[in-house]
Design a protein around this ligand. Structure first.
Ligand code: HEC
Ligand code: HEC
Length: 295
């Protein structure tokens, strides 16, 4: 609902249409949820997003389920070290899903197991949460999917479900996905490069390669090159990258860049060399490809 009315008068502009579908990770989630609203939702009260309140670690129960939740947390925060056969780059899940997946406007996982299954236009079908997770393995992590029912997949889902305690099933949290920003009519990559060198290179490196630690982890993740997300990733799309950067980067100073600067720097780094995604031709089979898709 909250997306629908904000953009309604401009809904036919293709640029805005694409914006209306980004920033909200479920892509067509906004519009679909609006059109499929139940009578409860149309009362306008029950549809309010729920504020994020990450649970206290001490609430992780003892026993097997607690072990799985803790294992899930380790897998998402040390993904490349823990799952080398499934990760083809230098990232962790929490390189983008900040603060263990509990940060608003940084792709939080709070409440997410309760909103799946969800229809997604990119593969034009209803996806269960495991498929959504594997999408990030194959694209954002440039790696290989986990098997359904594997201890690793189940641990990740257990962790996300624990994060979601207290959020009613089917309800979005406040700050799901990435907070949208006004699209820049003409992003300027030359200006973006200047911003990158001043605001980003001190951590992510002048060559975008980030900085690794000797223990196999990283201090700063790569933004492009072989150790980065592939071209099929959500972060390779301009609107998504700009919205992430606008509210989250430079790390700890999210909000300092203007919308235009966020677009300029995103346009600069997403277009640097990065791994290809072999199955990209299968995306958006119904022809509803967003305007900022890279292929
Ligand atoms: C390079 C950044 C990046 C990394 C690394 C990453 N993701 Fe994502 N993830 C995204 C983006 C961007 C989206 C939203 C995509 C879109 O707009 O369709 C997303 C969406 C999701 C969603 C759906 C959220 C929602 O609101 O519907 C889940 C679940 C998820 N990711 C899990 C994971 C897991 C698990 C990992 C590690 C295996 C991971 N992600 C790694 C960028 C990333
Ligand atoms: C103070 C250091 C620092 C600065 C400056 C900084 N970043 Fe980051 N950035 C990080 C860290 C650390 C992460 C990963 C967070 C984590 O692992 O918890 C990250 C993650 C990212 C990611 C998602 C992960 C990936 O590697 O793709 C993007 C995109 C990104 N930063 C872009 C930028 C941009 C653009 C700028 C400049 C406007 C910038 N950052 C400035 C430290 C920084």
């Amino acid at each position: 609902m909250r997306h629908g009315h904000r953009f309604a008068p401009l809904a036919l502009s293709s640029a805005l249409l694409s914006i209306a579908t980004i920033a909200s990770p479920g892509c067509h989630r906004g519009s679909e949820r609006t059109t499929t609203s139940s009578p409860v939702a149309s009362s306008g009260v029950a549809d309010q997003p729920i504020p994020i309140k990450a649970p206290d670690e001490r609430s992780i129960p003892a026993g097997s389920i607690g072990d799985a939740i803790r294992r899930g947390k380790t897998l998402v925060t040390r993904t490349r070290e823990e799952l080398p056969d499934h990760v083809g780059n230098g990232l962790h899940c929490t390189s983008c899903h900040l603060e263990g997946g509990a940060r608003a406007n940084a792709g939080p996982w709070v409440g997410i197991p309760g909103v799946f299954p969800e229809y997604r236009s990119r593969n034009a079908k209803v996806n269960v949460i495991e498929e959504r997770i594997n999408d990030c393995f194959e694209r954002s992590m440039n790696g290989k999917p986990l098997s359904f029912g594997s201890p690793e997949m189940n641990a990740i889902v257990a962790y996300m479900s624990w994060l979601s305690r207290g959020v009613p099933a089917g309800r979005d949290v406040e700050g799901r996905g990435f907070k949208r920003i006004k699209p820049a009519p003409a992003p300027n990559p030359e200006h973006g490069k200047e911003i990158y060198l001043v605001r980003c290179a001190s951590c992510h490196g002048a060559t975008g390669a980030g900085l690794d630690l000797p223990d196999g982890g990283y201090q700063f993740p790569a933004l492009w090159g072989d150790r980065s997300f592939n071209i099929g990733a959500g972060m390779a799309r301009l609107n998504t990258a700009a919205a992430f950067v606008r509210w989250n980067m430079p790390l700890g100073q999210g909000g300092v860049l203007s919308d235009q600067d966020a677009y300029d720097v995103a346009e600069y780094f997403i277009r640097q060399q990065r791994p290809d995604f072999a199955r990209k031709a299968e995306d958006w089979p119904k022809g509803d490809k967003p305007a900022d898709a890279r292929y």
